[in-house]
Design a protein around this ligand. Structure first.
Ligand SMILES: *Cc1c(COP(=O)(O)O)cnc(C)c1O
Length: 422
């Protein structure tokens, strides 16, 4: 398997600006039209588009490499197993984990969080205990903890955010009590774009003996992630938000945690020996991967990680941050527009409301222009109530977006304002 670092794409030089035109050429869908207009895809926080390198890797596996893993002596099965395990090593490098055994393949961030809640959480959280989250979490990092707390008779505590959409770090520290068994925080908010000071939060929690799970579903696409430097206990992300396939993602867990955790689901592959009297479980990470895994998904995810590596996370982040700044400037002048989320540390997500116009109407009008944005609560209803809005419109950026597309968005929004304020 090719490593993430062993590539030099045309136009991609270390430290140089991202060649966005070359990037766009790799994504077939970006040449498509919607309602007769060129597609302007600004819904990347929901899912990213896929480069040909990813779709080719998946197609090629099914066309020429297909076999089940871990159970075959025949050549194809060995090849499939090798590629599946090489994908695990790619994810390890992508996250900065110390060993591939710390990487568990899951369906995505949601399943990763549920896995931790139902194994580590269930074993650790008891009556009267507390789990601490923040007010800017995605439903995926709220509901699994609510379910756990309900089952175990524990309390869910929520660290508040300020009017800019930044976590109140002092409040977070104050809410870490002797009863806190676990903290679960997002690295980057999908609704506001806020980047949390995760290393600092982990340090604060660890000083009180509280382990930390980090939801990296947004951050993995936009920031360089190093779980060893962050020192977090768990980290989750989804393949489909980093240009990879849907249905695949990864959970990072510190080796000592994974070794001590009970299995999540029972079935094939997660066992060493089974009789009707007792079962001996496999070691981590296989202990957590019951049944036939999403082999092509893992291979596609590795191709996506390679693809990101070819351009470089730093160049991508620089482009996206500059484009976010440009979007904020362009949209700021629009009549009646109010940004939801104005954190100092933020990237790639621009949420807003237009006075007197329902976000769904904005989304519908923009769609007619071929512009895809998301409108709604963005799976973060508590944030909407925090800002006193039922929904927002959200433009979210990826490595292939351009200033021209932001200009198209701004022009379309101006037209919406004229249309509804006649
Ligand atoms: C998308 C997202 C999730 C959920 O990811 P899935 O791929 O749907 O499992 C969780 N947290 C954040 C911050 C997200 O953006």
């Amino acid at each position: 398997m090719k490593s993430a670092s062993g590539f030099a794409a045309p136009g991609a030089r270390q430290g140089s600006a991202l060649n966005v035109a070359a990037v766009r050429a790799d994504f077939p869908i970006l040449k498509d039209s919607v309602h007769g207009r060129p597609l302007v895809y600004l819904d990347n926080a929901a899912t990213t588009q896929k480069p040909r390198a990813v779709t080719d890797a998946v197609t090629d596996f099914y066309a020429h490499g297909n076999s089940n893993v871990h159970r075959g002596v025949h050549w194809l099965s060995q090849q499939a197993t090798e590629r599946y395990e090489a994908a695990r090593a790619s994810v390890q490098t992508f996250l900065g984990a110390r060993s591939p055994e710390e990487i568990v393949f899951v369906r995505g961030a949601t399943e990763g969080i549920n896995l931790v809640a139902q194994t580590y959480g269930r074993a650790r959280v008891g009556p009267g205990d507390e789990v601490l989250i923040t007010a800017m979490e995605h439903h995926s990092n709220i509901v699994p903890w609510q379910m756990l707390c309900e089952e175990r008779g524990a309390m869910l505590r929520v660290a508040p955010i300020n009017d800019s959409g930044e976590l109140a770090v002092n409040e977070f520290a104050r809410l870490l009590s002797p009863k806190t068994r676990l903290a679960a925080i997002t690295h980057m908010s999908n609704a506001l774009g806020t980047i949390n000071p995760v290393a600092q939060l982990v340090e604060t929690a660890h000083a009180r003996g509280v382990p930390v799970l980090v939801d990296g579903a947004q951050a993995a696409a936009h920031l360089s992630v190093d779980v060893s430097a962050l020192d977090c206990d768990f980290y989750v992300f989804s393949g489909h938000k980093v240009y990879g396939p849907t249905g695949i993602g990864a959970l990072y867990g510190k080796a000592a945690h994974l070794a001590a955790m009970p299995p999540y689901q029972g079935g094939g592959d997660m066992i060493l020996d089974v009789s009707f009297e007792r079962t001996i479980y496999n070691k981590a990470p296989f202990k957590f991967e019951a049944g036939t895994p999403h082999i092509s998904g893992a291979i596609g995810l590795a191709a996506a990680i390679d693809y990101i590596g070819r351009w470089g996370k730093n160049a991508i982040a620089e482009h996206e941050t500059a484009l976010t700044r440009y979007a904020l400037e362009k949209l700021a002048g629009i009549d009646g527009l109010r940004f939801i989320g104005t954190a100092r540390e933020r990237t790639s997500v621009v949420s807003f409301v237009l006075e007197g116009i329902h976000p769904h109407d904005i989304g519908t009008v923009l769609d007619q222009e071929g512009i895809a944005i998301r409108t709604g609560h963005h799976c973060a209803q508590p944030i909407m109530s925090r800002f006193g809005v039922p929904a927002t419109a959200r433009a979210s950026l990826a490595m292939y977006n351009t200033r021209d597309e932001i200009d198209a968005l701004a022009a379309a929004l101006r037209a919406v304002v004229r249309m509804f304020n006649r």
